[in-house]
Every structure is written in C-alpha cells, then in structure tokens.
Design a protein around this ligand. Structure first.
Ligand SMILES: Cc1cc2nc3c(=O)[nH]c(=O)nc-3n(C[C@H](O)[C@H](O)[C@H](O)COP(=O)(O)O)c2cc1C
Length: 345
C-alpha cells in the first residue's frame, strides 16, 4: 500500500476531485461551428451511430479513456463500474497505467475487468518511458494479459514526468523501443499522450516504427501539469507555468489529417459533449475518448456511468441529425460539415 506508484494514483484522484482548474475547460471545440441543416432530409430514428473498431462493434464512437487501477478498493471500483457500463452500452474502455501492478501485485486484480465486460473493446496501458527504465516486451505482454485486452496503449507523458519531482525523464531513443514492442506484441499498440497532444513530427517517427494507431490526447481538458504541481508544490511552480501547454485537441486532429490513409486516429483531451465528439469525427477521429467526466460517476455506480454515456450518445445522434448525416462513415473527415472555424485561441 505504501508503494509510490500506488499512492500516486490515489493522490491523482483526490486532487482531481478536490481542486478547481484541473479541468482546463478550454472548450477549444466551441471555436468550430457546424453547418446546421434546416432540411436534413433524414429521419432522426433512422440514424445509425454504430461503428466498428478493431473488428468490434460499438454503439457509437465512445471510449472511456484510461484512468486508473491499483491496490485500493476505490480505484478497483472505478474500473469495475466503467467496465460494467462499457459492456452494457457497447462502448470501449481503457484502464490506467498498469506500472503499479509490477511493484504492488495486489493491484493486478483492479485491472482484471474482462469479467465485467466480456464483449467490450478494452485497452491495457503502460507508460512508454518505462521502456527506458527496465520494462520490455515481457511487461507489455503481462499488462495485456491482465486486462485480456484487445490492444495496448503506450502513453507518452514528457510534460507530466518533467513536473514530477520523482519523474522518469529519460525519453531518449524511445521510438525504436516502441517499434520493437509493436513488432513483437500479438495485439496492436496505440500511442497516446495524456493531455498535451502528439505532433505530426512524432507521428512520422512512430509510423516508421510500426505504429498505426494514435490517440492525440490533446490540450483543453485535464491538466496533468497542474495535478503534479498540486502533488509536489516544490518544483519552482513549473506545473502552473505549463498548465495550458500543449496542442489543442482540434488542432492536433487537423495536423494528422495528411496521414489519414496510413493511421487510425483517436481523439481525446477536453471532449465534453456528444457535439464535441461529432466535431472530432468530422476532423478525422475514429473514436473519441473522455476521461475526467467519468471519474465521479464511476466512484458512485455503473448506473451513474451509463447515464453519462446515454446523454453523450443522444447529443452525438442529434448532432448527426442536424448536420444531415445518417451514419458515422459519411461524417468522418467530412469537412463540408464545418461552417466556420475560428482557430484563434
Ligand atoms: C483521473 C485520470 C487519470 C488518468 N490516468 C491516465 C493513465 O494512467 N494513463 C494514461 O494514458 N492516461 C491517463 N489519463 C489521461 C486520459 O486517459 C486522456 O488521455 C486525457 O486526459 C483526456 O482526458 P479528459 O477527457 O479528462 O480531458 C488520465 C486522466 C484522468 C482524468
């Protein structure tokens, strides 16, 4: 229980729940106005919000983004409630970093969520930087096995590590190591950030290293810089200085448009409604991840998580109706659905 990796995850949740401003609430998606159709020429009831991702059917393109796990009843409950809700509603889910289960074996059970979500699309998770600190293919395989996951997320979090006094800051030579894992693992590897975005230069490097899935996890939502600042309080105020650092999610999506034939893109970072989801799909995303808005409901019950998902789904469906699209395929990458985008932040 005193393992630092375990304590850290619990502290993150306490800070996120108790501090204002952690959710940057930048609403970058509000700068995009979609073209309203007064004559959509479709029946709302005929709209198909369903998608297929990694050969699994989803009721709409939602992912409960990676958040937590550890040797602690509260975090186990969060994962259980999210998994039950993902199964019930037909959406995808990722677990938080599984590094903790290698130092606290008791944490492993909190990641064993396949029992609650036998059919859901589930993603395991490790920090890519751990590949420079002793982790390798064995740990990646174990992480996937513990979740019985469909894919492995390797997250990149250089900002967060730089703010943590105990951070792992050696990010040198990682692309090649990521490539070696992707080549040998039996399931896909998805590279994600945690709220600062992934630039086109990084994606070029990742594509050269066997990566075909990117979650931009851009700026605009949860600020890890601030979270780490509140945890440490003694790192020159770096966390406050960098609280808004990063590539806003809509811009990160646009930047990757040129790679659309070669990679599958997931949007996350500050997506707060089904309308934001619709805008993400229009900007090229195949799946939309949301993290913080699920935290409180997941601490309560699976039903509370389900009602957030149902609300998102209704919003997404009405946005489709009002832009005159009948299915997600005709919406994806369809820039004609944008009336105006004021990129001035
Ligand atoms: C409570 C919490 C814990 C998170 N933990 C992780 C994590 O362990 N691994 C990871 O890759 N991302 C983690 N994230 C980041 C999210 O998965 C996501 O990439 C991004 O923050 C978008 O979240 P948002 O919807 O809160 O803005 C976490 C986010 C939150 C809110």
């Amino acid at each position: 229980m005193h393992d630092l990796n375990n304590v850290r995850k619990t502290e993150h949740i306490q800070i996120i729940n108790s501090r204002e401003g952690i959710d940057r609430d930048k609403n970058y998606f509000d700068n995009i106005i979609l073209k309203h159709r007064a004559l959509p020429e479709i029946n709302l009831n005929d709209i198909d919000t369903g998608i297929e991702f990694m050969r699994k059917k989803l009721s709409f393109p939602l992912l409960i983004s990676s958040m937590t796990g550890g040797d602690n009843e509260m975090v186990a409950k969060i994962n259980r409630n999210c998994a039950l809700a993902a199964q019930e509603t037909g959406v995808a889910m990722g677990v938080g970093s599984q590094r903790v289960m290698f130092s606290s074996p008791g944490a492993r059970d909190s990641f064993a969520i396949r029992r609650y979500a036998p059919n859901a699309l589930l993603f395991a998770n490790l920090g890519a930087v751990q590949l420079n600190y002793g982790f390798g293919l064995g740990e990646c395989r174990e992480a996937v096995h513990a979740v019985a996951a469909d894919a492995l997320y390797l997250h990149l979090n250089p900002l967060q590590e730089a703010i943590q006094p105990e951070g792992n800051v050696d990010f040198s030579g990682l692309a090649g190591k990521i490539g070696a894992i992707a080549e040998q693992l039996s399931c896909p590897v998805i590279i994600k950030e945690v709220g600062a975005g992934i630039a086109d230069d990084d994606v070029e490097l990742l594509m050269q290293n066997n990566i075909h899935y990117i979650d931009v996890a851009g700026a605009g939502g949860t600020s890890w810089s601030l979270i780490e600042e509140f945890r440490s309080n003694n790192n020159y105020g770096l966390g406050t200085q960098f609280q808004d650092w990063g590539i806003p999610t809509p811009l990160a999506l646009t930047m990757l448009e040129k790679f659309k034939q070669r990679i599958t893109v997931i949007a996350s970072g500050g997506i707060r409604s089904g309308v934001d989801m619709a805008k993400s799909v229009i900007l090229g995303a195949s799946l939309c991840g949301i993290a913080k808005p699920f935290l409180k409901p997941a601490m309560e019950s699976a039903e509370a998580v389900i009602s957030v998902i149902e609300k998102l789904k209704q919003e997404f469906k009405v946005a489709m109706f009002l832009t005159g699209v009948k299915n997600v395929k005709s919406m994806q990458n369809n820039k004609k659905l944008i009336l105006k985008w004021d990129e001035g932040l």
